[in-house]
Design a protein around this ligand. Structure first.
Ligand code: ADP
Length: 373
C-alpha cells in the first residue's frame, strides 16, 4: 500500500509512519510531502491513499482538502488535524474526505483500519458513480431514441389522417353505414395515435432540455391553469380552490405547469361527485424543500394501482368512461424529477386522492440548484 502523507511537522510524520509500520497489516510505503504544492505534484504517481494535514505552510483548512480533491479525485483522502473541530470535521466529510482523525487520538491499528476502509469505500463510491453515469447516459440515449422515433412516426400518421379525411369527404355517400363507421373509427384511432405521439415527445423533451431554473410563483401557475379551464369547470359544476399562502419555488415554469396542470386536471376528470372539487395547498416546508398537496373528492385509486399509474400509457379505465392517453402522470412525475423533486399520492377508492409535489424552495437569488436529501 502506498501512502502519501502530507504533513509539515516531521515529528508528526515520523510518528504516523511508525504507527503504520507497527500495525503490520499490509506492507506500507509512506512518502511524505511537507507542503501542498509538493504533494500535488506527485499525486499522479500510483498512490492508494492520501493522509492530509489541513494546516500546511502553503494552504490552510478546508481549502487544502478542496485543492487535493480537485487534483486527485481518484484517490481517497483521510484528513489528519491537530484540532478537534466537529463543524470542520463534518464539512470535510461533506466535501468528500473519507475520514477525519485528530492527531494524538489514534493508534497504529485503528489508523491502518481507517485507511483500509477509506480505500474500500472510495472504490465502492467510484463504482457507484460509474454505474450512475452509465445509467444517465443510457437514459439520455433512450430519450433521444424516443424523441426521434416519435418524430418519425408523425409523418406516416399525417398520411393516414389525410387519406381517411379524403375518404370521408369524397366517398362517404358511396359507403354503407358499416363502411362509414369503420372510417370513423380509423379517424378516431389516428387522432388518438397522434395524441400519444405528442405525449411521448413531451416526455422525451423533458430529458433533453435542461431545466431553466427561476423563481416560480405556484399560486399564479394554479390560477393561470384555472383561468384557462374556466369553461370546463363551469360545465362540470366543479370548483378548484387555493388554500392559504403558497411559497415560491426554484423551478422551471413549463415543468411546474405540467405537474400542476396534470394533477388538477385529473382531480376534476376522475370525479363523479355532484360538485367535483380540487384543493391546492401547502403540506410542508422542511430543509429547503416545499411540499404542496393537490386534493380531490374524486373516485380514488386502489393501493395496488398507485405505482402503476405513473407509468407511460397506464390507465385504469376504458376510454369511453374517461378520456385521456395515460401519459399525464408519467409527464408530471418526470417533470418534478427533472427539478430534483418528486410526486406521490395517498388515496382510497371512493374517498378521493391527495397527490403531493415536493420541489426546491426559492430561498433567494443566491441559490442555483440542489439535490434532494
Ligand atoms: P390520463 O389522465 O390520460 O388517463 P394519467 O397518466 O394522468 O393519464 O393517469 C393515469 C391513470 O391514473 C388514469 O387513467 C386514472 O385511472 C388514474 N388517475 C390519475 N389521477 C387520478 C385521480 N386524481 N383520481 C383517480 N384516478 C386517477
Amino acid at each position: 500500500m502506498r501512502v502519501m502523507l502530507v504533513e509539515d511537522s516531521s515529528g508528526d510524520a515520523r510518528l504516523i509512519e511508525e504507527m503504520l509500520r507497527e500495525a503490520q497489516v499490509a506492507p506500507v510505503e509512506v512518502e511524505q510531502a511537507n507542503c501542498l504544492a509538493g504533494a500535488l505534484e506527485r499525486l499522479g504517481d500510483g498512490f492508494d491513499v492520501v493522509l492530509l494535514d489541513l494546516g500546511l505552510p502553503d494552504s490552510q483548512g478546508l481549502e487544502t482538502l478542496l485543492r487535493t480533491r480537485e487534483q486527485a479525485p481518484h484517490l481517497p483522502i483521510v484528513v489528519l488535524t491537530g484540532f478537534d473541530d466537529q463543524e470542520q470535521a463534518l464539512q470535510a466529510l461533506q466535501l468528500g474526505a473519507q475520514d477525519y482523525l485528530i492527531k494524538g487520538e489514534f493508534a497504529g491499528a485503528p489508523l491502518s483500519r481507517t485507511i483500509r476502509y477509506a480505500i474500500e469505500r472510495h472504490q465502492t463510491e467510484g463504482m457507484l458513480r460509474q454505474t450512475l453515469a452509465e445509467l444517465e447516459s443510457r437514459t439520455a440515449e433512450m430519450e433521444t431514441f424516443t424523441y426521434s422515433v416519435s418524430h418519425d412516426l408523425k409523418e406516416p400518421l399525417r398520411g393516414l389522417e389525410a387519406f381517411s379525411r379524403f375518404l370521408v369527404e369524397d366517398y362517404a355517400d358511396v359507403l354503407d353505414d358499416q363502411g362509414r363507421d369503420y372510417l370513423n373509427r380509423i379517424a378516431k384511432a389516428s387522432a388518438r395515435l397522434k395524441d400519444m405521439i405528442e405525449e411521448l415527445l413531451t416526455l422525451a423533451r423533458l430529458g433533453r432540455r435542461p431545466p431553466q431554473l427561476e423563481r416560480v410563483n405556484i399560486r399564479r401557475v394554479v390560477e393561470d391553469f384555472l383561468a384557462a379551464n374556466e369553461m370546463r369547470l363551469k360545465e362540470s359544476n366543479a370548483e378548484a380552490l387555493i388554500e392559504g399562502a403558497l411559497p415560491d419555488v426554484l423551478a422551471d415554469l413549463t415543468r411546474v405547469e405540467q405537474v400542476f396542470g396534470n394533477l388538477i386536471g385529473n382531480g376534476l376528470k376522475f370525479n363523479k361527485s355532484a360538485r367535483p372539487s380540487v384543493q391546492v395547498g401547502l403540506a410542508d416546508v422542511t430543509g429547503g424543500w416545499v411540499t404542496f398537496f393537490v386534493r380531490d373528492n374524486g373516485i380514488g385509486i386502489a393501493p395496488e394501482y398507485q405505482e402503476r399509474i405513473f407509468g407511460i400509457f397506464q390507465r385504469l379505465h376504458i376510454r369511453e368512461e374517461y378520456e385521456g392517453t395515460g401519459a399525464g402522470l408519467a409527464i408530471a412525475k418526470r417533470a418534478a424529477e427533472a427539478l430534483g423533486g418528486r410526486v406521490w399520492l395517498e388515496s382510497e377508492p371512493g374517498a378521493g386522492s391527495t397527490f403531493y409535489v415536493c420541489l426546491p424552495l426559492w430561498e433567494g437569488s443566491g441559490r442555483i440548484s440542489r439535490k434532494r436529501a
